[in-house]
Design a protein around this ligand. Structure first.
Ligand SMILES: NC(=O)c1ccc[n+]([C@@H]2O[C@H](COP(=O)([O-])OP(=O)(O)OC[C@H]3O[C@@H](n4cnc5c(N)ncnc54)[C@H](O)[C@@H]3O)[C@@H](O)[C@H]2O)c1
Length: 256
């Protein structure tokens, strides 16, 4: 346990998958949690899980890609819970296609959520964090943000961008009580994105999850809870000397 008692967190994309696991883990560590997502039913289900851990929860609905909704959602969650100590920019989307079949719309959609969303939310919470000289941010990249694979041009480029954004904000906020890191999960099972990715792989005749999991040094896919544990560590004081890092959570699939 990392002892986050009394801290207030926002987790984006927390209506399911990895984001829900992060919200629940942060609550277990003592955080009150604000959930920002497009999916109303999923967001409220996560809020119930947070309350079941004995912590306060609040929901704001909107798209991370729309700046006004991010600013409004941040104000709603701050009003309900208090000043934000922890931000996890988890919301993300995946579109796969051969590069020459990638439409401009798909390219822009992926960047709007994965990159612009992270940009908007960091700008929404950082003024409060800077004023209080206290805060921790974790941005969701991917191992595809360090090494690409075929048919992932937009996704991979967006996740490389998240690492660059993380490093730049970390440098500008270092020494002001704020740390900014990224995580780079590998193959994480039990999420909607994984279900969609596996369907796309099947359609393209690529190896299935079971076959690819065997190529992972730890011989299996990871779980959302295993990503959440690393995020909880990174936002805690145990990681007080870490900023600007991009931490692999890949079962050894990627090592640099
Ligand atoms: N599953 C994996 O194998 C894997 C691996 C590496 C990185 N990731 C990253 O982890 C993050 C979470 O992915 P997941 O696998 O849990 O996916 P998921 O599809 O299960 O969950 C994504 C969540 O984000 C929300 N969301 C999507 N677009 C949004 C928007 N515009 N505004 C607000 N919320 C939005 C969805 O409603 C959903 O609740 C993503 O950033 C993804 O790129 C996932």
């Amino acid at each position: 346990m990392y002892g986050l008692d009394g801290r207030i967190a926002i987790v984006t994309g927390a209506a399911g998958g990895i984001g829900r696991a992060i919200a629940v883990r942060l609550a277990r560590e003592g955080c009150d949690v604000g959930i920002f997502d497009l999916d109303e039913a999923g967001a409220h289900a996560t809020a119930e899980r947070v309350r079941a851990e004995g912590r306060r929860a609040a929901v704001a609905l909107g798209s991370v890609a729309r700046r006004a909704e991010v600013m409004g959602g941040t104000a709603t969650l701050t009003g309900a819970l208090g000043p934000i100590d922890v931000l996890v920019n988890n919301a993300g989307i995946l579109r796969t296609s051969p590069f020459m079949e990638t439409t401009e719309q798909a390219w822009r959609d992926v960047f709007a959520v994965n990159v612009d969303g992270t940009f908007h939310f960091c700008q929404a919470v950082l003024p409060g964090m800077m004023k209080r000289a206290r805060g921790a941010i974790v941005n969701m990249s991917s191992w595809a943000g360090k090494k690409s694979v075929p048919n992932h041009a937009a996704y991979s480029a967006s996740k490389f961008a998240v690492i660059g954004l993380t490093q730049s904000i970390a440098l500008e906020t270092a020494g002001r009580g704020i740390r900014v890191n990224a995580v780079c999960p590998g193959i994480i099972a039990d999420t909607q994105m994984r279900v969609d990715a596996e369907a796309a792989n099947r359609a393209q005749g690529l190896p299935d999850l079971e076959t690819r999991a065997k190529t992972v040094p730890l011989c299996r896919a990871g779980s959302p809870e295993e990503v959440a544990g690393v995020v909880a560590f990174l936002v805690s004081d145990e990681a007080a000397y870490m900023t600007g890092q991009a931490i692999n959570i890949t079962g050894g699939l990627w090592m640099s």
